[in-house]
Design a protein around this ligand. Structure first.
Ligand SMILES: NC(=O)C1=CN([C@@H]2O[C@H](COP(=O)(O)OP(=O)(O)OC[C@H]3O[C@@H](n4cnc5c(N)ncnc54)[C@H](O)[C@@H]3O)[C@@H](O)[C@H]2O)C=CC1
Ligand SMILES: NCC(=O)COP(=O)(O)O
Length: 305
């Protein structure tokens, strides 16, 4: 709620051809929607809204505790609506993790926050989805300084399994996966880094022993060339930007992030709150359109008609 979320949601709602496949409940007031529509320079159809919790005033484009509280309250209510069987999935507009933290989120990100609220202690990973390629992460919102220590054999196997399950859910019968190395040139046989030898390769071997079609580790700088050439359906990355730089360069406007591993279908555009362009009406809506399509697909898979 601190950024371009309201204006891209207004653009989404103004495109009935993309919203026709879902009954949407929008967590906003009529006034907020009207202001967002004015910014986005669109006319809104009639939409069902559910009024937000009162959290005090906040300014769009500014990180604040009130904006973070509003976002956390909306997410809590969305989970409650799902638990009550009133909705099948959640699409959230970009959230600002600094605002969420000011509002009391102790987890590193909303994925771990969702998992804790849902009592889910199984593996999770943000899944980044383009039309022909999905990635899962072994580490995500952690400092680069901590990444190498956070990579474990089990973490590699879990990311492979989550990715394989997600791709099956997208209709890929036999997902072809590959795993990125961490170090330059895969560590060059331990010359600069041994994570490939100690954890990543053993993780790939365990995943293969478990029946997955997975290869690696391969140096990440060229693995994505093979992936985008169509050799692969999914890539496991070792840290956030390893995959996101490749995916955002390839298809910023198609980028979707799924909260992978959770028992509730939840997706969001892969871009963030973009405070520098808030209020200008220039934010592209396509990633949010794609996120809606993806969450509809996840919800259909979770609860077929
Ligand atoms: N879906 C979500 O909840 C996401 C939230 N974030 C959060 O967003 C905040 C800001 O993150 P940043 O790394 O600065 O990334 P950002 O995506 O907000 O901004 C990066 C650049 O992309 C541009 N941009 C982003 N979305 C755009 C759109 N729809 N149309 C046109 N240009 C767009 C911005 O103007 C900026 O130049 C952080 O708090 C981060 O955690 C980041 C990614 C996803
Ligand atoms: N937890 C979802 C999320 O944060 C999406 O953005 P990213 O930081 O993972 O790229």
């Amino acid at each position: 709620m601190t950024g371009i979320g309201p204006e891209v949601v207004a653009k989404l709602l103004a495109a009935p051809d993309v919203t026709r496949d879902a009954d949407l409940v929008v967590m906003a007031t009529e006034e907020e929607l009207a202001a967002a529509a004015a910014t986005a320079r669109v006319s809104l159809p009639e939409v069902e809204t559910t009024p937000p919790a009162p959290v005090g005033a906040y300014e769009l484009g500014t990180v604040s505790q009130a904006a973070g509280r509003r976002a956390l309250e909306d997410l809590r209510r969305a989970l409650d609506l799902h638990a009550a069987g009133e909705i099948d999935g959640i699409l959230f507009a970009p959230l600002n993790k600094s605002a969420l933290t000011l509002a009391g989120m102790t987890e590193h990100d909303e994925l771990r926050w969702f998992a804790n609220r849902l009592g889910h202690d199984g593996p999770t990973s943000e899944l980044n989805v383009l039309p022909d390629l999905t990635t899962a992460r072994v580490t995500s919102h952690v400092a680069i300084r901590e990444v190498a220590d956070a990579i474990t054999v089990g973490g590699v196997v879990d990311a492979c399994r989550l990715l394989e399950d997600a791709l099956r859910g997208q209709g890929v019968a036999e997902p072809r996966l590959a795993v990125c190395a961490l170090n330059p040139h895969g560590g060059e046989n331990g010359k600069f880094g041994t994570e490939e030898i100690d954890t990543i390769r053993p993780g790939v071997e365990k995943a293969r022993a478990d029946g997955m079609d997975v290869v690696g580790p391969f140096p990440a700088d060229t693995l994505f060339i093979r992936a985008f050439a169509g050799e692969l359906d999914g890539v496991v990355t070792m840290y956030h930007d390893q995959g996101q730089i490749a995916l955002k360069l390839k298809g910023f406007d198609d980028g979707v992030t799924v909260q992978g591993g959770l028992p509730v279908p939840i997706a969001t555009p892969a871009h963030g709150t973009a405070h520098a362009i808030v209020g200008q009406g220039v934010a592209t809506v396509r990633p949010t359109v794609r996120a809606l399509e993806v969450v509809i697909g996840l919800a259909r898979h979770a609860r077929p008609a």
